[in-house]
Design a protein around this ligand. Sequence first.
Ligand code: ZN
Length: 161
Amino acid sequence: MHISKHKVVMMDYTLKDDEGTVIDTSQGRAPLAYIHGMGQMIPGLEEALEGHSTGENFNVRVDPDKAYGQRDENLLQAVPRELFKGVDELKPGMQFEAETQNGREVVTVVNVEDEQVVVDTNHPLAGVTLNFDVTVVDVREATEQELDHGHVHGPGGHHHE
Ligand code: ZN
């Protein structure tokens, strides 16, 4: 079966940056499951998956514009250092989940000063070109209930009580 709108796709993948560093991989976990054509994947990957079928392996390079967007330097902001009390050895590069105007986001510490800390609220993969190695494990029709809920049920998806 070919991948098209409203198919449930299960896939194994490894994601690397342009330097070849592994950012994420499904190896050692269950394959990732999603419903095609519902905006659940980054656009560049979803476009690349379209038309592929079970058992196929392919590589795709996705520019930031079709992934997590470009970096926005306006998203650097200074926050009071006291927000981080309780953290030993606060250092640049540390990442925290924080409540921002846009909901729950990962923020990255850029600079630590006496009174304030500069954090970057860009998505950690903003500005990064993504290189996926994808193997399509399974393709099937989504059930009406899955389309209704907007997520996959069963292996790789949600398990309702
Ligand atoms: Zn559900």
